[in-house]
Write a protein of this length. Structure first.
Lengths: 254, 232
């Protein structure tokens, strides 16, 4: 088991190093560091930016927006998803809205939010949440439909208090769906936050990317892009995945 | 008028869609009384129990349950797979003497075992322990002995009867098996027909022994013999 894990890890590291080597080689062959900077130039940008504090500040601001939009869309989406999954009437009423919302271009939502609410934080976070909520609804609705009616009946027969019923009976069944919604949610949320920032915020990674784009600073654009992607991977690996493993532990161990 | 401590079930009619499945099923049971509900499969035993439990409210008639908690054993054990056996008991009854209850149903030491590691028979016994953990005033059992061997069935049936008498629990037991019904029931109810009606409500005390009651039941309801031989 340990040997297999170690081998898989080694393969991943080798693959990543190969990508870096390929990048380095391509930059060497192209010979135009302004258009395709080599990895060391990107790393140098990141390093100097971190020392100067602006990279960390912009990433911090973006991270806060991602967290706020993520939590908001998970809370609203899970609640609506649960209700539509449990009540056919609510589902019939909400479904056309969900279909429209799912197919609304994110860009349109962002522009309208800025026009209607103003160029402020509330508009930014609301726009991201509106884009994200429908996919959370669809995933959690699936989970609510799959709830075991036998266990619901058991909870009813034993008159379990609502909070205990939610925590002990309902949430453990919904956990895999919430985890799936969370994982895909995080991946989509941060990418939309960057667009929101690019279009109408005075700070954050998206704002910084806009400035760098105006200077055609490719090294900076890649540095911010890869740097924030790495940060998001770290959040997923240290927060989301351990939570998911804990929620599903009973499926593996006896 | 139903006494406060009695369970009263009065089903004038129960329909599934337009199809009547139960008609005039009425019975009462006092505290500590054990009622066995017999009938061929598909006659509406489970429906009668669901109505008695309050899980099915779409019927004509009324149900009166004495105050206090309800203990239930469904046909399937319905243990929560993400909770240990002990936590499954604690879920419905904080502070219940979990270890003692498990020991009583023959599951001593199984506190930390997860439900999926239990055999079906063991899971049924855990479900019975859970039902007893709430110290119920009414205990509803839907085929609780299916897939248990005769010896285990007799032991658990005796346990149910003993608890019922000691704690004044009203027990409603649906079973296809005549043996535990004859061994523990104070009264035997037989459901039959389409729609099903209550065709017998026989006090155990009217017969000198179980064999005599068995003979009478089989004479009046020959289908009970084949019901009794059906595999679980």
């Amino acid at each position: 088991m340990m040997v297999r894990v170690a081998a898989a890890l080694r393969d991943r590291v080798v693959s990543l190093l190969a990508l870096l080597a390929l990048w380095w080689l391509a930059a060497r062959i192209a010979g135009t560091p302004r258009l395709l900077p080599p990895p060391e130039q990107v790393l140098a940008f990141l390093w100097h930016g971190l020392l100067a504090g602006d990279v960390a500040r912009n990433m911090g601001v973006t991270l806060l927006r991602v967290a706020a939009a993520f939590l908001l869309s998970m809370a609203v989406g899970s609640a609506i998803g649960y209700v539509t999954g449990r009540h056919r009437r609510a589902d019939a009423l909400a479904d056309p809205w969900i279909v429209v919302a799912l197919n609304l271009p994110a860009l349109v939502v962002i522009l309208l939010a800025y026009v209607w609410i103003g160029l402020n934080e509330l508009a930014a976070i609301t726009a991201v949440a509106i884009v994200k909520v429908p996919t959370v609804i669809v995933t959690v609705r699936e989970g609510a439909r799959a709830l075991d009616p036998g266990l619901e009946e058991l909870a009813l027969a034993y008159r379990l208090p609502p909070l205990r019923r939610l925590r002990r009976v309902t949430l453990p069944q919904l956990a895999p769906y919430l985890a799936a919604a969370g994982r895909s949610g995080l991946a989509i949320t941060w990418k939309i936050v960057l667009i929101v920032e690019l279009l109408g915020r005075p700070d954050g990674v998206g704002f910084a990317l806009n400035l760098l784009f105006q200077d055609f600073d490719v090294a900076g654009i890649i540095a911010y892009g890869l740097g924030f992607a790495a940060l998001m991977l770290l959040v997923e690996a240290t927060l989301l995945q351990p939570w998911e493993r804990r929620a599903n532990a009973w499926r593996r161990g006896a | 008028m139903p006494g406060d401590a009695a369970l009263e079930v009065a089903i004038a009619a129960k329909l599934y869609g337009a199809r009547p499945v139960l008609r005039d099923v009425r019975f009462r049971a006092g505290a500590g009384e054990v009622l066995a509900l017999l009938g061929a499969s598909g006659t509406g035993k489970s429906t009668t129990l669901r109505i008695a439990m309050g899980l099915d409210t779409e019927f004509e008639g009324h149900v009166h349950r004495p105050p206090g908690r309800l203990g239930v054993v469904f046909q399937e054990p319905r243990l929560l797979p993400w909770l240990s056996t002990a936590d499954n008991l604690r879920l419905v009854a904080d502070g219940a003497p979990v270890s003692d209850l498990l020991a009583e149903v023959g599951l001593a030491g199984a506190e930390a075992v997860m439900p999926r590691a239990l055999s079906l028979g063991m899971a049924r016994r855990a479900a019975l322990a859970r039902a007893l953990a709430v110290r119920p005033t009414v205990l509803v059992l839907d085929e609780p002995f299916a897939s248990l061997d005769a010896q285990r069935t007799a032991a658990l049936a005796t346990l149910v009867a003993r608890q019922a008498r000691a704690q004044g629990i009203t027990v409603l037991l649906a079973t296809h098996d005549l043996a535990p019904a004859l061994a523990v029931a104070d009264r035997i109810l037989v459901l039959a027909g389409h729609p099903a009606t209550l065709q017998a409500d026989i006090p155990r005390t009217e017969y000198p022994d179980a064999a005599a009651l068995r003979g009478e039941l089989l004479a009046r309801f020959p289908f009970l013999e084949s019901v009794a031989e059906e595999p679980a």
